[in-house]
Design a protein around this ligand. Structure first.
Ligand SMILES: [Ca+2]
Length: 556
């Protein structure tokens, strides 16, 4: 009898703990980085890395459910590194006990790289600034080829979880669709001294070979940040925060005058000067597509302090931008536009550029096929690599963790695009009409359109009845002073044939402005009014006026 009671208590206890663990895991994977549970668990793991690694190792017992998955074929190439065991010990001993992987820890050793029966002499070292890249048995590598491998001088083999598994390749893929030059990412298996180290994300290293492979003139300045060694709060504050990966040989390598011009304009110019000059030094079309790519991923990682790769294209003498470490913010997609990058903020503060950026987003979002295609790409990556992930012996997380995380990322892609679609459909307006306004006696009508949604408003059509045959002009009160003056713009003069009148308009836009908040805070929508006058060549009366507006982005 007593035995039975003990068994019942024991079983209940085990069931209870299992249920509790299940619930914690369930909410952890469903939650986002800012939820209480996820914050608590992530903070705890960050503060107790050894304990958390032991816990993760313990959770690997769950891999028992993946027994049959071991037979799912791996469809990715396998690279092999042969390193003298003494050199390997040297590499492992030369890792920081605390802090980042600074210069003194970046010493390479000679090794052999083997792929498909061909051997390449290489120099290898560990890479990655943060400890997650080299604290555990599975480490991120930089491989530098004496000659070249697949047209590349050097490659990075990055822990895939550091780039949210398939998110970075996916972001690169949408970048290609947007016409950007993006680094190529592939997933590969790696063996070190014949021991399988599992799956890595292979990426190109910056250099002349990268530029050549992407059909860009290689004799040109390619800038990146000057390293994590001395982190700076604002990369954009000074040219000394950047280094050149390649340089234009017709000038000195130290000549950073092009970058200095850009940063000076960013930091020391009036708005008027900035918006007049910026398109002379930046390829705006490229910039806005680069910005749109980050926005589609709700990524804020190319931020004030990190991850800028910019190329001064000698063909057009302008800067272009190469997406790097875009990843995807580990947050629910709520605000795409936040003040996280001073150059982006200053450019997007201009309503015309914001409008153009939104048009790029709409071009992508409006076609449902893009999302389908994105998910196909993502799913193919998952299907072709998951066998290799399940068999990855050195990864520090259980297979279930991998599967749930990938699922969560996939959902985030859908949510992000849906959210952007919702925002672009958000056009809000109010119209106020005054017949025979007393503040401008020459006008028959004054009307004011207020735009307060995310999208811009388009003045599409004006209908009215008039009691005289006359020439009618529409005037935009550009300076919004409720007076017709030399600063205002005549949008067209129209002849009236009968007294029912209809004016169709193109490109008369009212943009909602943005109120920029402090760093890392979302832009706020700032409702914006624009006034218009209708004037006539003859004294006349207008009645039954009807103004038709549309969403300028979606045209609905
Ligand atoms: Ca005016």
């Amino acid at each position: 009898m007593r035995k039975k009671t003990v068994s019942i208590i024991l079983i209940s206890l085990i069931l209870g703990i299992s249920l509790l663990s299940f619930l914690i895991l369930f909410f952890y994977y469903r939650g986002n980085r800012n939820s209480f549970l996820n914050k608590t668990i992530n903070n705890f793991s960050a503060n107790n890395p050894d304990l958390s690694i032991q816990f993760k190792n313990f959770t690997k017992v769950l891999d028992i459910f993946y027994l049959f998955h071991q037979f799912i074929p791996s469809k990715i190439p396998t690279y092999s590194l042969l390193i003298d065991p003494n050199d390997l010990i040297k590499l492992n001993n030369n890792l920081p006990k605390t802090g980042h992987l600074t210069k003194e820890y970046k010493k390479s050793v000679s090794a052999e790289f083997i792929f498909e029966t061909k051997t390449y002499p290489v120099k290898v070292r560990y890479r990655g600034d943060n400890p997650n890249h080299w604290r555990f048995d599975k480490k991120s590598w930089r491989v530098k080829f004496e000659d070249k491998f697949e047209n590349q001088e050097a490659i990075n083999l990055i822990l895939p979880e550091d780039r949210y598994f398939f998110i970075e390749p996916w972001v690169s893929y949408i970048g290609q669709k947007l016409g950007l030059v993006t680094p190529e990412f592939t997933l590969v298996n790696l063996k070190v001294n014949n021991q399988l180290h599992g799956v890595y994300l292979k990426s190109e290293q910056w250099g002349k070979a990268f530029l050549k492979n992407h059909h860009l003139p290689p004799d040109a300045d390619l800038y990146g940040e000057a390293e994590f060694d001395k982190p700076v709060p604002n990369l954009y504050a000074d040219v000394s925060n950047f280094k050149k990966y390649t340089f234009n040989s017709s000038k000195s390598k130290k000549d950073v005058s092009n970058l200095k011009t850009l940063l000076d304009l960013l930091n020391n110019s009036s708005d008027e000067e900035f918006y007049q000059e910026i398109s002379n030094i930046i390829d705006m079309d490229n910039f806005l597509h680069w910005q749109a790519q980050a926005t589609l991923a709700f990524s804020h990682s190319q931020k004030i302090s990190h991850n800028l790769i910019t190329y001064f294209n000698p063909k057009i003498n302008k800067f272009q931008f190469i997406p790097w470490n875009v990843a995807m913010a580990d947050e629910e997609p709520i605000y795409p536009d936040i003040n996280y990058n001073p150059l982006m903020t200053r450019i997007l503060k201009n309503p015309n550029y914001m409008f153009q950026r939104n048009q790029i987003l709409w071009e992508y979002i409006k076609d449902k096929k893009n999302l389908e295609d994105d998910l196909n790409y993502f799913d193919n990556l998952y299907q072709s690599t998951r066998g290799a992930f399940y068999r990855d012996p050195l990864k520090i997380f259980p297979n279930l963790d991998f599967d749930l995380t990938v699922k969560k990322h996939r959902k985030r892609i859908i949510n992000a695009q849906n959210k952007i679609k919702e925002l672009l459909n958000d056009a809000q307006s109010q119209i106020q009409i005054q017949l025979n306004p007393d503040f401008e006696s020459t006008a028959l009508v004054y009307f004011e359109i207020e735009s307060s949604g995310f999208a811009s408003i388009k003045l599409n059509q004006i209908k009215f009845t008039i009691n005289q045959i006359a020439n009618i002009s529409l005037i935009k009160d550009s300076n919004n002073n409720q007076q017709i003056d030399f600063k205002d713009k005549n949008l067209g003069t129209f002849q009236v044939d009968n007294n029912q009148y209809l004016i169709n308009l193109e490109n008369v836009l009212i943009h909602t402005n943005r109120d920029i908040q402090e760093q890392n805070q979302p832009f706020l929508l700032k409702s914006t009014k624009q006034g218009f006058f209708i004037i006539s060549s003859k004294k006349a009366e207008i009645s039954d006026i009807n103004i038709n507006l549309k969403n300028a982005i979606t045209d609905f």
